[in-house]
Design a protein around this ligand. Sequence first.
Ligand SMILES: C[S@@+](CC[C@H](N)C(=O)[O-])C[C@H]1O[C@@H](n2cnc3c(N)ncnc32)[C@H](O)[C@@H]1O
Length: 304
Amino acid sequence: MPDLKRGASPRPPGRVFESDTPPILYVAKETEQMVEITDKEFKKLADYIRSHYGIFLKTEKQSLLNARLANVVEQHNFKSFSEYYDYVVSDASGLATSILIDKVTTNYTYFMREPDHFKYINEVALPNFERSLKDYDLRVWSAGCSTGEEPYTLAIILEEYFKQKKRWDKKILATDISTQVLNIAQKGVFEHRQIEMLPPMWKLNYFTKLDKNTYAVSDRLKKEVIFRRHNLVQNFSFHFRRKFHIIMCRNVMIYFDKKTRDMLVNSFYNITEPGGYLFIGHTESLDREATHYKYVAPAIYRKV
Ligand SMILES: C[S@@+](CC[C@H](N)C(=O)[O-])C[C@H]1O[C@@H](n2cnc3c(N)ncnc32)[C@H](O)[C@@H]1O
C-alpha cells in the first residue's frame, strides 16, 4: 500500500463541479428570454426531488436550480418549468430524472479519495476479515459510486491484498442513481491526469494505455466490479441476497435531510454483516444516538 497521506492528494482531477457552481454556464442569447422558475414551480420540483431522491433543496437554491436546468429547458423548448416538471414525472426511461439529479448533486470524485479510508481497509478491515471469514467470500458495496473511481480504487486495494490468496472471492457492487455516471464508470476509460497520482505499478498492472492521454481499466479489474442503477432512498429496503462486509457511502448523504440520512443509515446497518464497516465522507457524520453502528475511526463505523 503506497503512503498516501490524508490531505496529500493532488488537486483532484476530473469532473469538478463545486457544489454551488452551475456545471454548465447558460448564456442567454440576446434575443431570447430565459425561462424563469416561479416560487410555486420550485416548490413542486423540490418536493418531488425530496420525496423520490431524498435530496433537500432549500428555498435559497431556487435561482441555482433555475440556472442549472436552463439548458435542459431550452433544449426541449419548454415554455415553463411546469412543462419541464410534467416531462420529468412522466418519463419512464429514467433519463429525465437522471439528468435532473445530475444537475442538483455533484458527481465529483477521484481515485484514492480520502486515502486514510483505503489505508484502514488495507491495514485493519481486511486483516480482520481474513481472520474471521471462514468461507473466503468478501462483499463490498460502493453506494453512490459516481464515475467509478471509488469502486475501482477498492478493487485495486482488494486485488493487491489478496493477490497471493487465490481462494478468496471478492465482489464489489457499485451503484448510483445516475445512468450518465454509470455509463462512464462501466466504460472505465480515464484521462492520464485522473490516474497520475496512482503508484506506477498500479498504473502498469491495472490500466491499459489506449493513447497518449487515455487509459482503460484492465478487464481483470473490471470483472471485480458490478455496476447497477439504484436509488438509495427508494423505500429504504434493499433486496440483496447477502449482506455486505464493507459499505462505502461517501459524500452522498450530504444532500439528504436528517430523517432521510437516519433511515438510510439504519437500512445500511441491516444489510451489514456483523463485524462489517460503513465508511462515510470525512465532512459527514452519523448521529450516534440514532444508529447502532459504533464509531471506530474518522468517518468509519462498525457493526459490532
Ligand atoms: C459526490 S458523488 C460521490 C462519489 C464517491 N462516493 C466519492 O466519495 O468520491 C455523489 C453521488 O451520489 C449520487 N446520488 C445522489 N443521490 C442519490 C440517490 N438517491 N441514490 C443513489 N445515488 C445518489 C450522485 O448521482 C453522485 O454520483
